[in-house]
Design a protein around this ligand. Structure first.
Ligand code: AFD
Ligand code: MN
Ligand code: MN
Length: 424
């Protein structure tokens, strides 16, 4: 299904008066408000193709209904989100879950929905039917060169798929690691991984990047071969200028200071971008901003400060993506909430009085520094984000319109009660 412009306008119409009043009140206190709105309108967060169906745990999966059954339907789903919020104009594909079939049709559909193809993701954490070698004991780090070769070739094949869709980056997340002491020679595992990554790197087109994603634990529980940002950065530095470290918010040990990691990676010019999600305990893949919205704001604060210090383009120089799993919520509703949380944190970082913060820092005025951060964090910027959305042609309340149009009901009618999305 598609949402037409008229439906959005009709929905917005009765809400306009109230919105205008709230926006005017807020805008009066923001000196660079027009600039902030332009930046918000430009900022797009990619939706992963694997987050459009219901997730699950090893204990079970409670399927939703009307899930997208093929790649075209996944594009349609992202198109729905984007039509509502105008901030989700990209989709990130996971191969082989989403092998592009008819390229011309797919590209046409993407163009109609105003979507581009973001980073492509390889999968060497599962065995596929008919695959010669198993990844049970790892892929790029494997002790057997034949397994490594197979995994390298898969990554190169993913790049080729990405090229055909005008993607510009490959994200590599490895489940490689060990679950017991003594299982692995760490140095050899690192070297093997590096050599494999070098082969993949050599196959990257000139204008492509490779993102090396790290994760502290799971599925391996004793060591992960790309376990933290230090290890990822080692690989990225050794690989070269097109290699970067990707931060997934859920991939740290508890209480890690992610904002500091981000600041330093950016200082080194090695931050690839983000997989946004939220968590209480580990890689929980919960809705962005649902548990730790203050941390999200602090991260965006570092991002904006760091990007400006390096003269970077906020919208295009880093990769912005959600990486979440939806076990109990409707995936589309969850994604709408996540994007809203990201836009809000970005808006907060854009409106922070950075000069004042710098002065407080120079004077070691710890109290003032906290006041400045929290003054911004506690200001309700939702009307600002809504204004940007309105000007871009989106809905004042995306979730409200999603429910009013009974979109899920429509999707169930089209796709059936039992359609299950490919992927996790
Ligand atoms: C993993 C990572 C990574 C990977 C995904 C697979 O976050 O981004 O591609 O799950 O679904 O935990
Ligand atoms: Mn991720
Ligand atoms: Mn993850």
């Amino acid at each position: 299904m598609r949402i037409n412009k008229t439906a959005i306008q009709e929905f917005n119409q009765p809400l306009l008066g109230d919105h205008q009043r709230r926006f005017d009140f807020l805008a009066g206190g923001i000196p660079n408000v027009e600039d902030v709105i332009t930046r918000l309108m430009e900022f797009q967060v990619a939706i992963p193709s694997w987050a459009l169906g219901t997730g699950g745990t090893r204990f079970g999966r409670f399927s939703g209904s009307g899930e997208p059954g093929n790649l075209e339907e996944k594009l349609e789903d992202v198109g729905l989100i984007h039509a509502l919020n105008q901030s989700s104009g990209a989709i990130s594909l996971h191969i082989p879950w989403d092998i592009p079939g008819n390229l011309a049709d797919l590209k046409l559909l993407a163009a109609q929905l105003d979507l581009r193809f973001d980073a492509v993701n390889s999968n060497t954490f599962q065995d596929q039917p008919g695959q010669e070698h198993s990844y049970k004991f790892g892929s790029l780090h494997h002790v057997d060169p034949a397994v490594r070769k197979q995994a390298v070739e898969h990554n190169i094949e993913v790049i080729r798929h990405g090229e055909s869709l005008d993607s510009k980056a490959l994200t590599v997340w490895l489940s490689d690691g060990s679950s017991f002491p003594g299982q692995l020679n760490f140095r050899k595992a690192f070297r093997n991984t590096l050599e494999s990554l070098q082969e993949i790197y050599a196959a990257l087109p000139d204008d492509w990047k490779i993102f090396v994603e790290y994760k502290a634990f799971e599925p391996n529980f004793y060591s992960m071969t790309v376990g933290d940002w230090g290890q990822s950065l080692l690989y990225a530095n050794k690989l070269g200028d097109k290699a970067f470290t990707l931060v997934d918010l859920g991939h740290h040990l508890p209480n890690a200071n992610i904002e500091q990691i981000v600041a330093l990676l950016m200082m080194e010019g090695k931050l690839a971008g983000f997989h946004f999600n939220d968590s209480k305990y580990g890689d929980d893949d919960l809705t962005v901003g649902s548990i730790k919205p203050y941390q999200l704001f602090l991260i965006f604060n570092e991002l904006v400060e760091g990007m400006d210090a390096r003269g970077m383009n906020h919208a295009s120089d880093l990769g912005w993506m959600i990486d979440a799993s939806h076990n109990v919520k409707d995936p589309l509703e969850d994604l709408l909430q996540s994007v809203e949380a990201i836009m809000l944190a970005y808006a907060q970082a854009l409106t922070l009085d950075r000069k004042k913060l710098e002065m407080a820092q120079s004077a070691n005025d710890v109290v003032a520094a906290q006041e400045i951060l929290q003054e911004t964090f506690r200001t309700d910027l939702r009307p600002l984000v809504a204004e940007a959305r309105l000007r871009a042609g989106g809905a004042l309340q995306p979730l409200g319109l999603f429910r009013q149009l009974a979109i899920r009901k429509q999707l169930i009618k089209e796709r059936g009660l039992k359609s299950v999305a490919t992927g996790l």
